[in-house]
Design a protein around this ligand. Sequence first.
Ligand code: ZN
Length: 467
Amino acid sequence: MAAVGGPTRQARGVSMSVSMSLVQGGAAGAAGPQGAILAAAAPYYQPPAVPQDVQPDRPIGYGAFGVVWAVTDPRDGRRVALKKLPNVFQSLVSSKRVFRELKMLCFFKHDNVLSALDILQPPHLDFFQEIYVITELLQSDLHKIIVSPQHLSADHIKVFLYQILRGLKYLHSARILHRDIKPGNLLVNSNCVLKICDFGLARVEEPDQSKHMTQEVVTQYYRAPEILMGARHYSAAVDVWSVGCIFGELLGRRILFQAQSPVQQLELITELLGTPTLEDMRHACEGARTHMLRRAPKPPSLSALYTLSTHATHEAVHLLCQMLVFDPDKRISVIDALAHPYVDEGRLRYHSCMCKCCYTPSAGMRQYAAEFEPSAPQPFDDLWERKLTSVQQVKEEMHKFIAEQLQTNRVPLCINPQSAAFKSFASFPPEKTREEKKQDFLDFLKKQPPYVLEERKEQIKRMLERF
Ligand SMILES: [Zn+2]
């Protein structure tokens, strides 16, 4: 049965629900098995009778790193999300990034983190160009909910924040930094269960402080001050900053720091937090520090957070202020945030009727899990990445990895070549020309603060020469 959510189809026993309009985009492609994108790969496989009300495949999201469709699994009629990871083998950097994302999706086992349900059977190595991953389909995301007219109660905010922190604790315990936590990357189903998604920018924490990390991270509104100030090394605290921004956005129902440029972004942050001390800016690059010191000092105005909404109680603001701390080393950790009293009600709500880790026997008291916020059993390993030195090598390793994942009892899935919907799916996004890629890079540079450009002059020059 198609798992389409909406206000009328909530699981029994769940007392709170956010009614959500289904994802954007009109119906595309023909309905029915001929038009469907997915097919079972085994020739002898007889698909079950397809219900009459099967929904057409349709696009539900486009990101920088792929396109996602809502499709039907022909093996059981279940609605799932199909993500295409495009242009996988364009360069060593992009192929390693995709391999990392794929391995992460297969590694995750946590209710608040999106994971791979399946991978489509790849063609022979010689024809292996694209990768398709199947994940659970959730009907909405926090961005759509925040901008919708849907009422958000204090309980909604608490249960959302709890789940974000719960998922993030798991990721950080696996030593993974998400690096692009924003409302659009927090999927939500009709029962308010939330899952962190899009690991296109995620990577393993770099313990070596002298190693430089990329600045091409985190959507500007949710970007931590140390990144805005050109810090060359940053930690899991960047994700906590983003969560703080989202918490503020849930309370106020508008983006907390909505600036036009990174310099203005920093300006808005200092208007709220006050001018940072030199000590607070020790991770910043020299140019950014000078820029900040040239400006008239500003006093903090944190009491403004109380005006966000009536939900901005003393407890809420107390926690929010510990997330929105300029110095990443003084910012609260996810584990400490989970111990804050504001989170208690969200935890109670989640484990009394929404989670999969606790249960209620037919007659009796609710049986609670031993660990409410489980960590990953082991860190995510990225040593394999260092051994990969050519695109061909990544390709072979990835092909092998996918084959290993498919060794289950289930009939593997593949793309239905007759599908009309697939043609539009497969052609997106069109491969970029060298000129377009250069333009993208120039646009990226335009969005960087001048002091960061000044610091990276030589590096940028070398990168431009490559186009
Ligand atoms: Zn539970």
